[in-house]
Write a protein that binds this ligand. Structure first.
Ligand code: ATP
Length: 218
């Protein structure tokens, strides 16, 4: 469960303070899947970064699965970040590593044991089992994003944050990737918060949060 209570995030713009996230209160229940939509500059990525513990709110409280992350120190935030999965628009795969190593690298760095069988099962589920020995540049965009999904779910996170994960894909590939991501999160009871500019993709989420100037609107 994710809870934001009167969260504000301000940036100093010259001499003036600007509220990028403005007094936001949201509750996302366990396992709930949320699409985050809104115009460019409305604060979507900033909100994801707050949930990822990469930014600290200027005001208010953020609780994730009982942890008051808005009040964590740097060490606690570093540990917290290991427990969540993050998926990016530009995949951010390591070009020199195979697909298998890309999937397991961060998890191993975080001290998790990744069994080969576990890796294969997940890759099969995502349709990339025959690509495990390939390098990222030998994969299509859709396949690279499936690797990104595998990397995010490999160490059993309770929360996955995805920032425009289909921003580089055509609409057919986008649909496949989001369908897989939603299905995996549902099976594993993972909270999914996904930023998208696509109304069509947002509509297939049980909850859509619309941001405008850092506030929610209907
Ligand atoms: N590092 C920064 N310094 C100053 N202002 C910033 C910084 N990062 C973001 N902003 C400002 O915060 C506002 C919200 O940015 P954010 O990236 O959260 O929007 P967004 O809704 O994700 O936009 P997009 O859909 O274009 O990715 C924007 O006006 C942006 O210019």
């Amino acid at each position: 469960m994710i809870q934001l209570k009167q969260v504000t995030f301000s940036r100093t713009d010259g001499t003036t303070q600007r509220k990028i996230i403005d007094d936001l209160s949201i509750t996302i229940n366990e396992g709930q899947q949320v699409a985050l939509v809104g115009d460019s500059g409305s604060g979507k990525t900033t909100l994801l970064n707050l949930l990822a513990g990469l930014l600290v709110p200027t005001d208010g409280e953020i609780t994730v699965n009982g942890h008051l992350i808005s009040h964590f120190n740097d060490n606690q935030l570093a540990l917290y970040r290991r427990t969540i999965g993050v998926i990016f628009q530009h995949y951010q795969l390591l070009e020199a590593l195979t697909v298998a190593d890309n999937i397991s690298f961060q998890a191993r760095l975080n001290g998790f044991k990744v069994e080969h069988k576990q890796l294969e099962t997940l890759a099969e589920r995502l349709g990339i089992k025959d690509k495990l020995s390939a390098l990222p540049n030998q994969l299509s965009g859709g396949e690279q994003q499936r690797v990104g999904i595998a990397r995010a779910v490999i160490n059993h996170p309770k929360v996955i944050l995805a920032d425009e994960p289909t921003g580089n894909l055509d609409s057919e590939r986008s649909q496949e990737v989001v369908d897989l991501l939603q299905a995996l999160c549902k099976e594993r009871n993972i909270n999914l918060v996904m930023v998208t500019h696509s109304q069509r993709l947002a509509k297939q989420f049980e909850t859509q949060l619309r941001l405008k100037n850092g506030k929610l609107y209907d």
